[in-house]
Design a protein around this ligand. Structure first.
Ligand code: ZN
Length: 282
């Protein structure tokens, strides 16, 4: 795992994935994962975001989606194809209205393939990847996006055989490999902790990107919940639900410095989990 920072962009390499982007609670959220060819939310269209043709949107608050018109306009100037933008179904109508009005201002239509989704929907992303939409708990309709990757792997009875022997078996027509599906990533967007209590698949994703907006009682637990967010106390109390390889904590309020959040991870979480927990965002 390495971590570096540049401008407003943070970057974390973990469990075979790069998480790159901006994650400032209430200010801007946009996370890019180049290995999967997917971007989560748009933020204000930070550097690098124009090149993602698939965008999975958690909800329509402006800090997560405010840059969409600019992104579409810039992509059009660069002659990039209309991106596929997947959003909660409740915001498709208002979003079309906004983008239509913006196209009128610009003098040309903004190209986009917009799809609305309900919890339970599955979106094929290509290259053996699927995105599952899951219901979250925020103040507006919102989705977590759970990414499943299918790959071929050797059937258990052939594991350990030398390569030439496996090749020979394959030539003889043996089915030496089988499809293997894995939940490689979940980005939960803005949500109360309840999502992790309800959904063991989300809580068990290999990399789980979850928000902790409040890190101390300058905004207490009840107030944090009333805004549809997660407080550190709740993440600590529910940490055993997380069973993956990496937990990436995002959307920290500007009230909390990164160094303080990192210290709190060391102080508050059990030793068995600490090495898997990453504070993300400048
Ligand atoms: Zn929000």
């Amino acid at each position: 795992m390495t971590q570096s920072r540049d401008g407003g962009i943070d970057e974390l390499k973990v469990a075979g994935l790069t998480i790159r982007g901006v994650a400032r609670g209430g200010v801007e959220t946009c996370l890019m994962v180049p290995e999967l060819g997917v971007m989560f939310d748009v933020g204000m269209c930070p550097p690098g975001s124009l090149h993602f043709g698939t965008i999975l949107v958690s909800h329509g608050h402006a800090d997560h989606l405010g840059g969409i018109a600019y992104l579409l306009s810039q992509r059009q100037l660069m002659r990039l194809p209309p991106p596929r933008v997947h959003v909660p179904e409740a915001i498709v109508g208002p979003l079309r209205a906004i983008l239509g009005a913006w196209g009128e201002i610009e003098g040309y239509g903004l190209g986009v393939e917009l799809s609305g989704h309900a919890p339970g929907d599955r979106v094929e992303l290509g290259r053996g990847l699927w995105a599952h939409a899951r219901r979250t708990h925020h103040r507006v309709p919102s989705l977590a996006w759970l990414i499943e990757r299918e790959s071929q792997r050797l059937r258990p009875e052939f594991v350990g055989l030398p390569g030439p022997r496996i090749a020979e078996l394959r030539r003889q027509g043996a089915e030496v490999s089988e499809a293997h599906r894995e939940l490689v990533l979940c980005v939960t967007g803005d949500t109360q902790i309840d999502l992790l209590r309800e959904d063991p698949e989300v809580a068990g994703a290999r990399v789980l990107v979850h928000e902790v907006t409040s890190w101390d009682d300058r905004r207490d637990l009840a107030t944090t919940r009333s805004w549809g967010h997660t407080h550190l106390d709740e993440m600590v109390a529910n940490i055993d639900r997380f069973t993956g390889e990496a937990l990436v904590l995002v959307h920290r309020s500007l009230r909390h410095r990164r160094a303080d959040a990192e210290r709190l991870v060391d102080e508050r979480f059990p030793a068995a989990h600490r090495g898997k927990i990453h504070v993300f965002g400048r």
